[in-house]
Design a protein. Structure first.
Length: 301
């Protein structure tokens, strides 16, 4: 399930990006019949990777109070697969707060795919920890997760912190499927990059559950994992009789095993929880999973 957010790309009017005023102007000028829908109030900024020379955009949505509360700093939620996840999360965050604060206001940063790449190609390369991808995607490069993690740490996070009023102690990474695999990789190699991790329908099956090897390596060398972890998965992401069930693998079981292992480590500063969302499959679970995640990791104070 991917929504093509044509309007976001239209906002990328220069390499330097655009500002909120330009967004409003673009929205006004594109109101003629047949023009693409513009997600008003959003921004697009170019943050290239100087190592790989790939071009990436970040999508930005600021909270409603950002302009009026000039001294306030905000949590930042970074979400992978921004092409579909960014507009959904933005609208969920606004919707649940219509009748009063349910979730805390936050800055939303969408991590886009590399320019010129098909989305599947970009995510298979950037979100996976080893080159041993599944046979049905063997034509794509896998295993660039470490390089992409370095790009996030050295380019994206400093860029966002310098441009916006962020609270660096409250960074959240949300990823779904391969995006959650990337989140787990970061958590087991450099957990301080983010304070909270949302791992949705995590692809822990990847490369014979290589992520469990990474977890074990972290545990051998550390006595604490200072992070808050929220995981979700659809009830149909396990073997079963219907076409919506998984026919190969058990992502429900994989998530539950990961939670059990993490809790068995008795890390003093780790908080981990998970939920199985019944009657949802790998594609339908994302919107409800995003909602549950926001309620879990950004409850209103």
């Amino acid at each position: 399930m991917k929504f093509q957010v044509i309007a976001l790309m239209a906002l990328a009017i220069s390499a330097a990006g655009c500002n909120r005023a330009a967004d409003a102007q673009t929205a006004s000028s594109s109101s003629s019949d047949g023009a693409p829908y513009v997600l008003t109030g959003t921004q697009v900024w170019s943050v290239p990777d100087p190592v790989s020379n790939r071009e990436y955009d970040i999508f930005v949505s600021l909270p409603a109070s950002y302009d009026s509360q000039q001294n306030r700093r905000y949590p930042v939620l970074y979400v992978t697969d921004a092409d579909y996840a960014f507009p959904i999360i933005r609208q969920i965050a606004r919707r649940v707060n219509l009748e009063g604060p349910v979730i805390e206001e936050f800055i939303l940063i969408g991590l886009s795919y590399a320019k010129g790449d098909h989305g599947a190609t970009s995510r298979r390369r950037d979100y996976t920890p080893t080159p041993n991808g599944p046979s049905n995607s063997s034509n794509d490069i896998h295993g660039g997760g470490a390089a992409y993690q370095t790009y996030l740490k050295e380019q994206v996070l400093p860029y966002v912190d310098a441009k916006f009023r962020t609270d660096p102690s409250q960074r959240i990474l949300m990823g779904h499927s391969y995006g959650a695999l990337l989140g787990a990789q970061i958590m087991f190699t450099d957990p301080a990059m983010f304070s909270r991790y949302v791992l949705g329908s995590p692809s822990f099956w990847y490369d014979k559950r290589h992520i469990m090897t990474m977890e074990a390596a972290y545990a051998r060398n550390h006595t604490d994992l200072p992070a808050e972890v929220f995981m979700y998965v659809g009830g149909f992401e396990a073997p079963g009789p219907t076409p919506r069930h998984m026919q190969d693998g058990d992502m429900v079981r994989d998530m539950q095993v990961m939670e059990q292992v993490l809790k068995s480590r008795a890390y003093p500063n780790l908080r981990a929880q998970s939920t199985v969302l019944e009657n949802e499959d790998h594609l339908t679970v994302a919107p409800v999973g995003f909602t549950r995640a926001l309620l879990a990791v950004l409850p209103a104070k």
